[in-house]
Design a protein around this ligand. Structure first.
Ligand code: MG
Length: 162
């Protein structure tokens, strides 16, 4: 088993869609970024890559690359999963915490979980998504939305050196 952690934050801004875990949330503000700025999927991808020892999404999908302008982070997640499968890794489970003062996200977490499970090719019970506020005490969660993720990967069996 191998564990990885990811963290991301994006600023809330007018004139952008708000997409978290691939689910569009009705809101007058959205997240600023090169891709669709889905902070939750970005944190998840960093956790997956971290567990596999494969660096981070900044290295894999640089924000200077026009190919990733406005791209759905679900597509990036598909690429990360293909990379991991190619190396023989399987998802054990993952857990995401979205930190946002507003909007309230609890009614969307089940849809988020099922959306992610489809792209992770995993049963939904291996994927958990939760949301919290910071009781108005956090500058980051007031001006933006942050996300933490942890992921456990099952490692391919090692060939014994005799
Ligand atoms: Mg990001």
């Amino acid at each position: 088993m191998r564990i990885g952690h990811g963290y991301d934050v994006h600023r809330l801004t007018p004139g952008r869609r708000l997409v978290l875990c691939g689910v569009e949330i009705p809101c007058e503000l959205g997240l600023e970024g090169h891709s669709d700025a889905d902070a939750a999927i970005h944190a998840l991808m960093d956790a997956l890559l971290g567990a596999a020892g494969l660096g981070d999404i900044g290295k894999l999908f640089p924000d200077t690359d026009e190919r990733y302008l406005g791209i759905s982070s679900l597509k990036l997640l598909d690429e990360v999963m293909a990379l991991l499968r190619g190396k023989g890794f399987r998802l054990g489970n993952c857990d995401i915490t979205i930190v946002a003062q507003a909007p309230r996200l609890s009614k969307y977490t089940e849809t988020m979980r099922r959306t992610l499970a489809g792209h992770l090719l995993a049963s939904p019970d291996r994927v958990n998504v939760k949301a919290t506020t910071e009781e108005g005490l956090g500058e980051v969660s007031t001006k933006g939305i942050a996300a933490h993720a942890v992921a456990l990967l099952e490692e391919p069996p090692r060939v014994k050196n005799l």
